[in-house]
Design a protein around this ligand. Structure first.
Ligand code: ADP
Ligand code: MG
Length: 373
């Protein structure tokens, strides 16, 4: 008798879902990204009991069309990508159609959505664990979508216990992640709050719909933070002819000129390279690729290594957005898309370090900002 059999589809769903939604951060990230993809100019994230009881994300974006109610919770149903080839020209955060279906499998989940086109009413959507639409109900709602995730991991006892045990740390992590989305999202008002059981709602942080990232940073971290920052505006060419066997990957960069050199741009803000102007801990470092918040440990290390030679006692505040051609990186590496694979990373890091030294050398390192004012 054959011993190899297909896993029952309900179990496959649960196994895969557990890889997309791994923690509190993945929930917040997926829902905020959906709001931004829907063109929202206001995003409100409401935690209850730091997320243990509930995480709600409300946006004022496009809303969901009634024609999509039946499929929105199903795995691999997305409005953002239809073939693999579309990935290279992707303009949205999402593309796999996995987040909502995973949340149906791992939490008590519902959506309330409203569109001006459907009159003044909103609709509540409830789902089966499989992601199938269970029912709808008409209710009052403003234009946009609210996604409610109650009792995350209620049906995965090990994960639920772990979440309860580590909730203080997890909540800190999720705020850090939301800071990154709030700082990079120009023109979007972010409000993040938490309500403890039987307690009052407290605002964790809020931004206005600012016209630039500098004002977002001031809202999130306080206006004083800006005093110790200088603009990060690096442009450097990477000459592929210097690297053996690098010609093929150099072709992946559309910004290359006739000689094959390619231009890389990194924009943002960084602490002045002066003792006293950095931070006690590296807790304010945010990296983006084409405005997508992501984890770039090697890039982060390159920044820190250079900064250290100017300010040995402190860590830098770093807000760095790498502007890369979509063919020069791959976001489809990990289920949560936080890990990004950069083509030709070693060469990029070398050029980055040189450009940073140039930036810091060109800066007056002897005068602390207080004396410059
Ligand atoms: P993906 O973002 O990869 O497409 P999701 O599971 O996150 O997958 O969402 C599935 C689909 O549901 C999206 O493609 C989008 O059409 C719709 N959707 C999800 N969240 C929202 C929202 N906040 N506003 C409008 N539409 C949404
Ligand atoms: Mg999504």
């Amino acid at each position: 008798m054959a011993t190899i059999k297909a896993i029952e589809s309900r179990s496959v769903h649960q196994i895969q879902s557990g890889q997309v939604i791994v923690d509190l951060c993945s929930v917040a990230k997926e829902l905020v990204e959906n709001g931004l993809d829907a063109g929202a100019t206001s995003i409100e994230v409401r935690f209850k009991n730091h997320g243990l009881d509930s995480i709600e994300v409300q946006d004022n974006g496009s809303g969901i069309s009634p024609a999509d109610y039946d499929t929105i919770g199903l795995k691999h149903y997305t409005s953002k990508l239809s073939t693999y080839d579309d990935l290279s020209s992707l303009q949205t955060f999402g593309f796999r159609g996995e987040a909502l279906s995973s949340l149906c499998a791992l939490s008590k989940f519902h959506i309330v959505t409203a569109r001006a086109a459907d009159g003044a009413k909103g609709t509540r959507l409830d789902f089966e664990v499989s992601g199938k639409l269970r029912g709808t109900a008409v209710m009052a709602a403003k234009q946009g979508t609210t996604v409610v995730v109650d009792s995350l991991f209620y049906n995965l006892p090990v994960r639920r216990k772990e979440l309860e045990k580590t909730i203080a740390r997890e909540y800190k992590k999720v705020l850090h992640l939301l800071h990154a989305y709030a700082c990079i999202s120009v023109g979007v008002k972010f409000t993040v709050s938490n309500r403890i059981p039987k307690g009052k709602k407290t605002t964790a942080f809020a931004t206005n719909s600012n016209p630039n990232t500098k004002e977002n940073i001031a809202n999130v971290y306080g206006a004083k933070t800006l005093l110790s920052l200088i603009p990060l505006d690096l442009k450097f060419d990477m000459d592929p002819s210097n690297r053996p066997g690098a010609t093929q990957s150099a072709r992946n960069w559309s910004t290359q000129d006739d000689t094959g050199a390619r231009e890389v741009c990194i924009v943002g803000h960084i602490s002045r390279p002066v003792v006293g102007e950095g931070r006690q801990t590296p807790d304010r470092q945010m990296f983006f690729v084409n405005s997508r918040p992501c984890a770039l440990p090697q890039v982060s290390k390159a920044f820190s290594d250079v900064y250290k030679s100017y300010n040995i006692t402190q860590s830098a505040f770093i807000f760095a957005d790498l502007k890369l051609d979509t063919n020069a990186y791959d976001v489809n590496v990990s289920p949560d898309k936080r890990t990004i694979m950069l083509h030709d990373q070693t060469a990029l890091l070398e050029s980055l370090k040189n450009a940073l030294v140039e930036l810091f050398e060109g800066h007056d390192q002897s005068v602390p900002h207080a004396q410059l004012l």
